[in-house]
Ligand binder design. Structure first.
Ligand SMILES: [Zn+2]
Length: 472
């Protein structure tokens, strides 16, 4: 889970309103890029430390000047000796690294509740993102620009933009969600019990290869599943007991498509594999189309077998779309749309670019790339309704952009100099290796910097990929 999601979830569960959480998150973004081990850039040279080196030296006790060195550090770039000393004591008391995200969020909440009570009360009651953002800046962060009205206004505006972005991303997203997403984790499956995890690098789309669009065929709660009764009402009950929330579920196939399912006790002369995916899309008992999450997203699924070069089980989140007789355009369009939205949600959550090579693929794409067994899905179905995987990827991008429509006033940065400091190293790197090409400003009297016109969103996505080591 991304740092921003972790922080957002903790602020909301601590009682902040969505507007209050967005105002705080926007300020933290501006302070640290949401990196808990971030040492103030201007202090790195002065102290002779990188972020990592400083964090390690504080943790192992080699560096003893943490509280008094006046170097901003952590999510909120704590600088004042009293606050840094208290942060260090809090980390030690919790046996956590000084750069630990959870610990810093706990300390931040503790500071707000004890030292900044009026601000805390405001963040727990406000419905104005702008008010929340300004209040955090003035009462909590107290930046150097406080004594310079022009600079202060600029800082306020920048932070409010960040805050609005988070509000659009987390709060409005929840309100405008049109895809219905339930959760019924298949905890009795062998795959779940294997307990392996992945770092998601893509999404693989499957379709079941069997004429049964009902989710209840595959997804059923067991006695221990949370909200079991409600799930059974929504899904309906599988009368045949052949769902996937049990041990020893096997698929047999004729190598190009699934031809059936059977249990382990029958003969084993055909190609078999044990399946489990992260989600299913299909019909609920009332006939409406929904998605159900069936594994934690970072669990290693068993969904695509092995190809010549390995297996996307190690890299891709997977879901099955329940096939019907493949001729009903209404069901296809509803299921396709849910698949687009689910994929868009996962790409946003994991900072994935749906158009990048090998990121959003179907089972057959995976076979051709050497990372999956030879199955035909989804090309046995999508083309019957005029869709290719290229269309699918383009629709995922469109869905991601639609969800960002509220952010039309997000800034575009004309030159590298305009790019906020925490994004600049990544953007510079992209310019240096030629991935991002600028053009010379046609007005020679104005600027000597190349015009790049990159958006906040672009900077953010590229920086996320850069931090994860996914760029080059
Ligand atoms: Zn498949």
């Amino acid at each position: 889970m991304s740092n921003e999601q972790v922080i957002w979830d903790r602020l909301i569960s601590a009682g902040l309103t969505p507007a209050g959480a967005a105002g705080l998150l926007g300020n933290l973004q501006a302070e640290s890029g949401l990196r808990p081990d971030n040492l103030q850039n201007t202090c790195e040279a002065k102290l002779g430390f990188t972020d990592e080196g400083y964090t390690v030296a504080v943790d192992n006790g080699c560096y003893t000047d943490f509280a008094d060195d006046r170097a901003g550090y952590g999510l909120a770039q704590w600088t004042h000796p009293t606050r840094k000393a208290a942060l260090l004591a809090f980390a030690r008391a919790n046996g956590a690294s000084i750069g630990n995200l959870d610990m810093q969020v706990s300390y931040l909440l503790h500071e707000l509740q004890t030292l900044f009570k009026p601000l805390w009360d405001k963040l727990c009651t406000t419905d104005s993102v702008r008010d929340a953002s300004d209040a955090v800046l003035l009462d909590f962060e107290r930046p150097a620009s406080v004594n310079n009205p022009d600079k202060l206004q600029e800082t306020k505006d920048t932070r409010a933009v960040y805050a609005q972005w988070y509000y659009a991303r987390f709060a409005q997203e929840e309100e405008s969600e049109s895809m219905k997403l339930l959760e019924c984790i298949l905890t009795a499956s062998d795959c779940y019990k294997a307990g392996q995890t992945i770092k998601p690098q893509g999404v693989m789309v499957h379709s079941t290869g069997a004429n049964n669009p009902l989710l209840r065929r595959y997804v059923q709660p067991i006695a221990a599943t949370p909200d079991r009764e409600e799930l059974l009402t929504q899904l309906g009950t599988n009368p045949n007991g052949n769902h996937w929330n049990q041990s020893r579920v096997y698929i047999y196939t004729d190598k190009t498509r699934t031809v059936g399912y059977r249990d382990y006790s029958k003969n084993l002369d055909q190609v078999l594999y044990e399946p489990c995916v992260h989600a299913f899309i299909g019909k609920l008992a009332d006939g409406s189309v929904a998605a159900v999450q069936t594994l934690p997203w970072e669990h290693r699924g068993w969904h695509c077998g092995v190809g010549a070069k390995g297996t996307a089980n190690d890299t891709h989140i997977s879901f099955e779309i329940c096939e019907d007789a493949l001729t009903d355009p209404v069901y296809f369009n509803q299921a396709y749309q849910a698949a687009v939205e689910l994929t868009a949600m996962l790409c946003r959550e994991y900072g994935l670019d749906p158009l990048a090579d090998g990121v959003v693929i179907c089972h057959q794409d995976g076979y051709k790339r050497g990372v999956a067994s030879n199955h035909g899905d989804v090309y046995n179905w999508f083309p019957k309704h005029g869709k290719t995987m290229d269309d699918f990827r383009a629709d995922v991008v469109r869905s991601m952009n639609n969800e960002n429509e509220e952010e039309e006033d997000m800034p575009t940065y004309k030159t590298l100099k305009d790019v906020p400091e925490h994004f600049r190293p990544t953007i510079q790197k992209l310019m240096e290796d030629g991935s991002l090409v600028g053009e010379k400003d046609p007005d020679p009297t104005r600027l000597d910097d190349n015009i790049i016109n990159v958006s906040y969103d672009y900077c953010r996505i590229m920086t996320t990929l850069d931090r994860r080591g996914d760029l080059h």
